[in-house]
Design a protein around this ligand. Structure first.
Ligand SMILES: [Zn+2]
Length: 109
């Protein structure tokens, strides 16, 4: 699924540009277009209390990634090694791809 407004997709490498996790980067695990949020691997861990289920398991605290506002992340260009703005280009076959506006690196391969 694509968040058209922000051009960020699952498996993209992104960097957090705002908030508590600013400067960290990771892969996008999930996109929530309706909430304009993205879940990023190993970023924005929050502690959650899990309730015990029956008598088998004990309740406790688990750490889990929480989604971040997509407006607080930018696509990270591995060539430029920094967050970049995205441009679009039509490649052979008429396919529209996302490219780095700085170096022209194609993100959709
Ligand atoms: Zn680049």
């Amino acid at each position: 699924m694509i968040v058209a407004k922000y051009h960020i997709k699952k498996n993209d490498l992104v960097m957090v540009t705002n908030g508590r996790e600013k400067g960290k980067s990771g892969r996008v695990l999930r996109v929530f277009p309706e909430k304009e949020k993205v879940l990023i691997e190993k970023i924005n861990f929050v502690k959650r209390h899990s309730r015990p289920h029956g008598q088998q398991r004990q309740g406790g605290i688990i750490e889990k990634e929480a989604p971040l506002a997509v407006s607080n992340v930018m696509l990270l260009c591995e060539k430029c090694n920094k967050p970049v703005r995205i441009g679009h280009r039509i490649v052979e076959g008429g396919k529209k791809v996302r490219v780095c506006r700085k170096c022209g690196e194609i993100f959709d391969k």
